[in-house]
Design a protein around this ligand. Structure first.
Ligand SMILES: Nc1ncnc2c1ncn2[C@@H]1O[C@H](COP(=O)(O)OP(=O)(O)OP(=O)(O)O)[C@@H](O)[C@H]1O
Ligand SMILES: [Mg+2]
Length: 265
C-alpha cells in the first residue's frame, strides 16, 4: 500500500445515488462511493458491469439519469446542471485504449492539452513542461521525438500518462492501465501510479481486472456488482472479505494464477 497520509473525512469525489441506463439496459442502479483526497481507490467488478461508465461520470463524459457527482465540494453533475469546465481543469484520464494521436510525436501528444488551455505559454515553456512530464514517468527528454507507431504497448501507456498529467491535475482516472501488458511492464505502470500519488499528491481512481495491480496500488478497493457498490475496504479487508460475491471475484482471479504457477500455493 502506498505511503501517504489520508484524512478519511476529506472527500474529493462523492457519488450519491448514481443511476444510468442505456435504452432498456440498467447499468448503474444506485452507486454510492466516497473517494478521499490523496487516496488511490481501485474499482473492481465484472466485465461489462459499468466500471468505465462510472469513470466517465466522474470526468463528465456521461450525464447521470439520477443522483449526483460532487468533485471537491462542487456538484458537477445533476440531471439539470452539468458543469464540465470545473472537471476538465481538475482531472486527467488514462483511457482504456490508451489513445494517442498517431500523427503526432510523443512531445506533441503531451503538449496538446497544454497548447489548447494555455495559449499564453511560449514554445520554450511548453517544451520545458514536456521535459518535466517525461521525467516524471522516467523517460529522457529525447524521447519526445518518438512516434506512437514506434512505441510498445507499455510505452504508449506511459506516454498516455504523461499526457494525462500535462495540465497538473489534482485527480487522475485510470481505466484498465495494465490490461494487455506483461507482468513486468504492468509493474512499471503500477509503480508509476504510486509515484503520481506520492510525488504529485493526486487523488486516483483505478479501474482494473488485474488483482495483482489492485492489491499493489490501492489504499482502498470498491467492488461493483449488479449496478451497486457492494463492498469498500482496505486491501486487507478485501482479502479477508466475508461477502461471497467479493470472495468469488477475488478467488476466481487467484485460480487463474495458481493454474499458471502451481508451486505458489
Ligand atoms: N455510450 C454507451 N451507449 C450504450 N451502451 C453503453 C455505452 N457505454 C457503455 N454501455 C454499456 O454499458 C455496460 C457497461 O459498460 P462499461 O464499459 O462501463 O463496462 P466495464 O465494467 O468497464 O467493462 P470492461 O471491464 O469490459 O471494460 C455495457 O453493457 C456497455 O455495452
Ligand atoms: Mg471498461
Amino acid at each position: 500500500m502506498p505511503n501517504v497520509k489520508i484524512d478519511p473525512n476529506d472527500i474529493m469525489i462523492e457519488l450519491r445515488g448514481l443511476k444510468k441506463s442505456f435504452g432498456k439496459q440498467n447499468v448503474l442502479l444506485d452507486i454510492n462511493l466516497d473517494i478521499r483526497r490523496g487516496e488511490t481507490m481501485v474499482i473492481i467488478g465484472q466485465s461489462g458491469g459499468g466500471k468505465s461508465v462510472i469513470l466517465k461520470h466522474m470526468i463528465g463524459l456521461l450525464q447521470p439519469d439520477g443522483g449526483t457527482v460532487t468533485v471537491d465540494g462542487t456538484t458537477i453533475s445533476t440531471p439539470k446542471f452539468f458543469d464540465t469546465r470545473t472537471i476538465r481543469k481538475k482531472m486527467g484520464m488514462l483511457f482504456q485504449m490508451g489513445a494517442l494521436f498517431d500523427s503526432m510525436d510523443t512531445g506533441e501528444n503531451i503538449a496538446f492539452a497544454l497548447r489548447e488551455h494555455h495559449p499564453e505559454l511560449s514554445e520554450k515553456e511548453v517544451q520545458a513542461v514536456v521535459t518535466e512530464k517525461l521525467k516524471l514517468i522516467n523517460l529522457i527528454p529525447e524521447f519526445r521525438t518518438k512516434m506512437p507507431s514506434e512505441l510498445s504497448g507499455g510505452m504508449r501507456k506511459r506516454v498516455a500518462l504523461a499526457r494525462a498529467i500535462a495540465l497538473s491535475p489534482e485527480i487522475l482516472l485510470y481505466d484498465e492501465p495494465t490490461t494487455g501488458l506483461d507482468p513486468i511492464t504492468s509493474d512499471v505502470i503500477n509503480d508509476l501510479i504510486i509515484d503520481m500519488q506520492e510525488k504529485l499528491g493526486v487523488t486516483s481512481v483505478v479501474v482494473t481486472h488485474d488483482m495483482v495491480s489492485a492489491f499493489k496500488v490501492a489504499d482502498r478497493i470498491a467492488m461493483l456488482y449488479k449496478g451497486r457498490i457492494i463492498e469498500v475496504g482496505t486491501v486487507e479487508e478485501i482479502k479477508n472479505t466475508t461477502n461471497p460475491f467479493v470472495k468469488q471475484f477475488i478467488t476466481g482471479q487467484r485460480k487463474i494464477s495458481t493454474e499458471i504457477h502451481p508451486v505458489e500455493d
